[in-house]
Design a protein around this ligand. Structure first.
Ligand SMILES: Nc1ncnc2c1ncn2[C@@H]1O[C@H](COP(=O)(O)OP(=O)(O)OP(=O)(O)O)[C@@H](O)[C@H]1O
Ligand SMILES: O=P(O)(O)OC[C@H]1O[C@H](OP(=O)(O)OP(=O)(O)O)[C@H](O)[C@@H]1O
Ligand SMILES: [Mg+2]
Length: 284
């Protein structure tokens, strides 16, 4: 029995999806220009598809699992469950209007023509806010629509905001925050579920490792207690004697969020020779 996963064939999610599988120790061969491939060392078959089609394939059970943006998952409104948020492909679905125009809340959208590739989500947003507007569905280059007279405003994905800026638009409403997620079919058998659990266990170890750094430092023994009190470690920090008497080597794990603050405090407390190394996998 093999698990079948659908990932994007090319585009924004392709590289990160393939890399995530590789970091999970899954050997992919013949990835280039293939529509389907198999892993050598994990019972996994990989289908490369347009991202728009992935929710449908997972709902139908043509693929057991898939990697897709939440934006596409919710737009397609298919029955597939989110197993894990993956932390890449982060963007938001927003309404943007010409920069020179005034915006006085959602009512400003009343009667407007909205160009978007997300008619379902935009409709839902308009209905929720009791706004009547005309939706023009287009499949790409949405941001040029107001500039060429196709629509008054747009609803499209935003990340850095540079596409909006280049097209003279400003963001006025955020409809949805999105990132890539692992989704699964709702009717999997016990064996398939076991395989998903195995994969998710690896994904979590990879994600956790990315979020943490391994730190090594030298500490004079009279400052050891203070330095140790600053360090969390997975259980508690490792302390080893150095060859030079009166000094110890301290090893620990730091989360990216608090990393720089703690480094500063460690230096102030007398730590020397601080080394920081990436962690490949982290299992707790
Ligand atoms: N600027 C961005 N920054 C981060 N993530 C993004 C950005 N734009 C899109 N994404 C995410 O990546 C997904 C794929 O984007 P892409 O532009 O490759 O889609 P596409 O052109 O529809 O591709 P396909 O050919 O597979 O249909 C989007 O659905 C969204 O989840
Ligand atoms: O806020 P920004 O960082 O500028 O990103 C937003 C842009 O990125 C996406 O398009 P993409 O570049 O993937 O091209 P596409 O239109 O071919 O999908 C999206 O559709 C926006 O146009
Ligand atoms: Mg698409």
């Amino acid at each position: 029995m093999k698990l079948r996963i659908a990932i994007q064939k090319s585009g924004r999610l392709y590289e990160d999806s393939v890399q995530l599988l590789k970091e999970c120790g899954i050997d992919l061969r013949n990835v280039k220009d293939r529509l389907k491939t198999e892993a050598d060392n994990f019972p996994l078959e990989i289908f490369f598809l347009r991202d728009d089609d992935i929710p449908q394939y997972v709902e139908d059970g043509v693929a057991d699992i898939g990697i897709v943006g939440e934006n596409v998952l919710y737009e397609k409104n298919k029955k597939a469950a989110i197993v894990e948020k993956l932390g890449f492909g982060k963007c938001r679905l927003s309404v943007a209007i010409p920069r020179i125009q005034q915006y006085e809340g959602v009512q400003s959208l009343q009667g407007k023509r909205i160009a978007t590739s997300y008619p379902f989500l935009v409709n839902e947003f308009l209905a929720k806010n009791n706004v009547q507007a005309e939706i023009h569905e287009i499949s790409g280059s949405v941001e040029i629509a107001p500039g060429i007279g196709l629509a008054d405003v747009v609803a499209d994905l935003v990340s850095s905001g540079s596409t909006l800026l280049m097209n003279g638009l400003k963001e006025v409403e955020v409809l949805l925050q999105s990132q890539a997620v692992l989704i699964r079919n709702n009717n999997l058998n016990a064996e398939q579920q076991k395989l998903i659990e195995k994969l998710v266990f690896r994904i979590r170890a990879v994600k956790k490792a990315k979020h943490n750094k391994y730190i090594l430092l030298n500490a004079p023994n009279d400052k050891l207690q203070e330095i140790i009190s600053l360090l969390p470690g997975m259980k508690s920090p490792t302390v080893l004697p150095l060859a030079e008497t009166g000094w110890s080597s301290v090893h620990s794990v730091l989360s990216e969020d608090t990393f720089w603050d703690i480094i500063e405090q460690l230096k102030a407390a007398g730590a020397e020779g601080i080394l920081v190394v990436p962690i490949e996998k982290m299992i707790i």
